[in-house]
Design a protein around this ligand. Structure first.
Ligand SMILES: N[C@@H](CC(=O)c1ccccc1NC=O)C(=O)O
Length: 312
């Protein structure tokens, strides 16, 4: 990210800590809403090999609608990463917001029909993510395709959708070099069928409408990951009370059909098109609330042993 780009952003705030420089509340979309903002953190200790370094872009969860889970939910994991003694391969971190679907029944912050930031449906969440990535493309790192997408829950859905979209056709934005999905939703129809609590159907119809065909095409991404050459890390807790293991197992199978190979380690050298499933043990939101598992996944997915080397 060039400093000039950031300085021209109307809303951005700048501050520093002993470990990093931060630009927060950066507007990524012309005429955007208060949820079309992102936060950037550039560690003062930069990777030893800048040519191989990547940017990490985080996409939060919250069922496409929860106003209390936003880009700031990345901060606990970010603080843990910045305190690490061991060196990283990460040039910078981005956590982004995107417009949400309606949530008029939220107990403390119900959405109003007049709020442009909380009344969208698929594919607008994805479109916002793509606009954010395009904004970030003004950074040399991201134009060169050296970034990794990491998403939690419906953020993992968005990370997968964005990767599928960006690898399907040639465009100004390169797809990510690697992808990490945590507690992800990859089969919306199965999610609604498995979980009979009415909240599931409620948030899915708010985000994707009533037509179940849209749920299938939007989340299953059949055939849409074929062209992408990166590696995928999928992390799922066996004690997640909201999203079941079958979500991750089903996308693993679909990736294998699209040319991916299952692997059990990240340290065997990277040939691309590998998928690694890691089982953890915590509640759904503890992944980012405690930050430990999120930080761990980010260390792995950005490691030079896991991502394809930059071409010279
Ligand atoms: N806190 C959310 C619920 C939520 O985030 C969620 C619930 C079930 C399955 C997945 C979820 N989040 C995925 O992004 C809500 O209030 O709607």
């Amino acid at each position: 990210m060039t400093t000039e780009t950031l300085l021209t952003s109307r809303t951005a705030e700048y501050h520093e800590s002993p470990h990093a420089r931060y630009w927060t509340d950066v507007s990524y979309k012309y005429g955007g809403t208060r949820l079309n903002l992102l936060d950037i953190c550039v560690p003062k200790r930069q990777p030893e090999d800048p040519h191989q370094a990547v940017w990490l872009v985080y996409i939060h969860g919250g069922a496409w609608r929860d106003p209390l889970i936003d880009r700031k939910s990345f901060n606990t994991a970010l603080d843990l990463l910045l305190q690490d003694d061991q060196p990283h391969n990460i040039a910078g971190f981005v956590s982004l917001d995107y417009r949400l679907s309606p949530y008029p029944s939220h107990p403390t912050s119900p959405s109003s029909t007049h709020d442009d930031s909380r009344n969208v449906q698929h594919p607008e969440h994805l479109n916002d993510v793509l606009v954010a990535l395009s904004f970030l493309g003004s950074s040399a790192a991201i134009t060169a395709g050296r970034y990794v997408l990491c998403g939690h829950s419906c953020g993992a859905t968005l990370a997968m959708q964005a990767t599928a979209r960006l690898s399907a056709r040639y465009g100004a934005i390169q797809p990510p070099v690697a992808l990490s999905g945590m507690e992800g939703i990859y089969d919306i129809a199965a999610l609604v069928a498995t979980h009979t609590h009415p909240a599931y159907r409620e948030f899915v119809t708010a985000a994707f409408g009533q037509n179940e065909e849209t749920w299938v095409t939007a989340s299953q991404l059949v055939g849409k990951m074929e062209k992408w050459q990166g590696n995928v890390l999928l992390v799922q807790s066996s004690s997640d009370e909201l999203v079941d293991m079958e979500q991750t197992d089903s996308i693993v199978k679909k990736l294998v059909v699209q040319g991916f190979t299952r692997t059990s380690t990240t340290s065997t050298g990277n040939e691309g098109k590998q998928v690694l499933k890691v089982v953890i043990d915590c509640l759904h939101d503890e992944v980012w609330e405690k930050g430990t598992e999120l930080a761990k996944a980010i260390r792995v997915v950005t490691d030079k042993a896991w991502i394809s080397p930059a071409k010279h």
